[in-house]
Write a protein that binds this ligand. Structure first.
Ligand code: G6P
Ligand code: ZN
Length: 565
């Protein structure tokens, strides 16, 4: 059969360089004539496309359905053999990673801007994942970028759009399109990892004293959460909220942190919910939050690693190694040391974990940016983390018939074994780029001249002093492919073991976002009162010092951060 393939002339657009997680821009930018088409053609120009199998899905945000059709048209014209598409163009990022792996696809295109708001005036994103199910490494994204700079035309096939609301196999020009249920494969995966019967039994027995609340923030996880909490664990409807995916997330900023996930925080506090959780727009981030109990992501991954044996997947397969991104607190390092696991510190960005996992050296990892996951897929996984916590809580309570053990008990027990890494992040969103660059340049200057070394800073509020012991620019050499990533954040260390990190965000869609990460370690023998302090209290002096020595307020012209986590 012959099909009509048209070659459409175009001109390159500037700035189609994929960032930490794909190309992220305002919807209006993607809507320019040829803009989206150019980028998609550039992807196909950079991969082995002939007879390939390509997964397509995303968080369902505004501009997704039309972009799926664009990918089908261009992909088919370029020789894709089969497309596997989530129904209604929906696949959470972890579900897509699973599908790429499970069906041995060549790769996948995910339509998401993660936790950024959606809608006609907000953000859209296109991200390419490779055959291991993880984000494309830099050599691939660089190649895509190079192609966008010289593109002269793109190919499309003339075919009628596929009805994405109907599950089943369709013929599309010379290609096949399988529209699949977005949820089933993912639930099957989690069922193979966790002890579902144990979790269900625990939740049944504690229906009245351990109600659970999951908030999908109107992102993609809604249908997955319903399948888990309501259909599998038999919890009431009231255990999920904001669980219908909306193209504009109902106006929410779908990022699970204390500021943006206020619908969860408010409901948990008002209704005294001991276990709450939320996920972001595309389902890869998570926040664990119970009444009066916030689990900082750095602690969350460390606690999961500490309790790995409670999870059948790790009990059976063992733990091969642990890892965290550089700004993430060192809590997980202490677990690795105590249990004798290999551990790694990688730059920010989930893609850095993938190589270690593929080499069989990493099982559990996490990032301070509310990302937690394991080698079951090659993306972080919001619901995986939530169910990991429930599995651990169910398992711990099996041995504690008389006292219900909740989030705070697990936190305090963990601190009493390993000590506590007080951790917080201050975000200064959308500041002028000149200010952000000047802040970085000033630290680079101090790095060059050593001007900060051994200087002593005293916090005015407490008279606590900190002495700078070092300043460096984090650089990573991948132990598997030996690639080197430079300039991954500036780290200031202090003689008491505390550290402050400054980093520019790689995921914003415009302006610059500066992140300041602070960490202070308190040893296990400091006693409960000291160890269980609110993080803001434990870090107050260090934060004052960090702001002073970096002159952040002067450079950025901001008195207060936009978000504190
Ligand atoms: C995405 C990546 C994460 C990374 C985060 C960093 O969510 O998937 O792996 O931690 O971006 O974002 P930032 O804005 O700090 O560059
Ligand atoms: Zn995300």
């Amino acid at each position: 059969m012959s099909f009509n393939i048209k070659e459409i002339p175009t001109n390159p657009f500037e700035g189609q360089k994929p960032g930490t997680s794909g190309l992220r821009k305002r919807v209006k930018v993607f809507q320019q004539e040829h803009y989206t088409e150019n980028f998609i053609q550039a992807i196909f120009d950079s991969i082995d496309v002939k007879n390939s199998t390509l997964v397509i899905g995303g968080d369902g945000r505004y501009f997704s359905p039309e972009t799926v059709q664009t990918i089908l048209k261009i992909g088919s014209a370029n020789g894709v053999g089969k497309f596997i598409v989530g129904k209604d163009s929906i696949l959470s990022t972890p579900a897509a990673s699973n599908i790429i792996r499970k069906y041995k696809a060549t790769g996948g295109i995910l339509l998401t801007a993660s936790h950024n708001p959606g809608g006609p005036n907000a953000d859209f994103g296109i991200k390419y994942n490779v055959s291991n199910g993880g984000p494309a490494p830099e050599n691939v994204t660089n190649q895509i970028y190079e192609k966008t700079k010289t593109i002269k035309s793109y190919k499309v096939i003339e075919a009628i759009p596929v009805d994405l609301s109907k599950i089943g196999e369709h013929t599309y020009g010379p290609s096949k399109v399988a529209v699949i249920d977005s949820v089933t494969d993912y639930i099957t995966l989690l069922e193979s990892i966790f002890d579902f019967p144990l979790i269900k039994k625990f939740l049944d027995e504690h229906e009245s004293d351990f109600p659970v609340l999951f908030d999908g923030l109107n992102g993609v996880t809604g249908p997955y959460a319903r399948a888990l909490f309501v259909n599998t664990f038999g919890l009431p409807e009231s255990s999920i909220q904001n669980c219908v995916p909306l193209p504009d997330f109902g106006g929410f900023h779908p990022d699970p942190n204390l500021t943006y996930a206020h619908t969860l925080v408010d409901a948990v506090e008002k209704n005294n919910i001991p276990f709450g959780a939320a996920s972001d727009g595309d389902g890869d981030r998570n926040m664990i939050y119970g009444k009066g109990a916030f689990v900082t992501p750095s602690d969350s991954v460390a606690i999961i690693a500490h309790w790995a044996d409670a999870i059948p997947y790790f009990k059976k397969g063992g733990v091969k190694g642990l890892a965290r991104s550089m700004p993430t607190s060192k809590a997980i390092d202490y677990v690795a040391k105590k249990k004798g696991f290999e551990y790694f510190e990688v730059p920010t960005g989930w893609k850095f974990f993938g190589n270690l996992m593929d080499a069989g050296r990493l099982s559990i990892c996490g990032e301070e940016s509310f990302g937690t996951g394991s080698d079951h897929i090659r993306e972080k996984d919001g619901l995986w983390a939530v169910i990991a916590w429930l599995n651990i809580i169910a398992s711990v309570n099996k041995d504690s018939p008389n006292k219900l053990i909740g989030i705070n008990d697990l936190l305090n027990e963990f601190y009493s074994i390993y000590g506590r890494s007080f951790f917080s992040r201050y975000d200064y969103e959308e500041v002028p780029s000149e200010g952000a660059n000047a802040l970085v340049a000033n630290l680079n200057e101090a790095l060059k001249t050593g001007s900060l070394d051994n200087t002593v800073y005293t916090a005015t509020s407490s008279s606590t002093s900190f002495t700078v012991s070092g300043l460096y620019d984090f650089e990573y050499k991948d132990p598997i492919d030996h690639s080197v990533s430079k300039n991954q954040g500036q780290v200031i260390t202090f003689t008491d073991g505390s550290r402050v990190v400054f980093r520019l965000s790689g995921t914003g869609s415009h302006g610059a976002t500066v992140r300041m990460y602070v960490e202070r370690y308190v040893a296990a023998d400091a006693g409960v009162a000291e160890l269980s302090k609110p993080a803001a209290e434990g870090l107050q002096s260090l934060i004052e010092v960090a702001l002073e020595l970096s002159k952040l307020k002067e450079f950025l012209g901001r008195e207060k951060p936009t978000v504190i986590t």
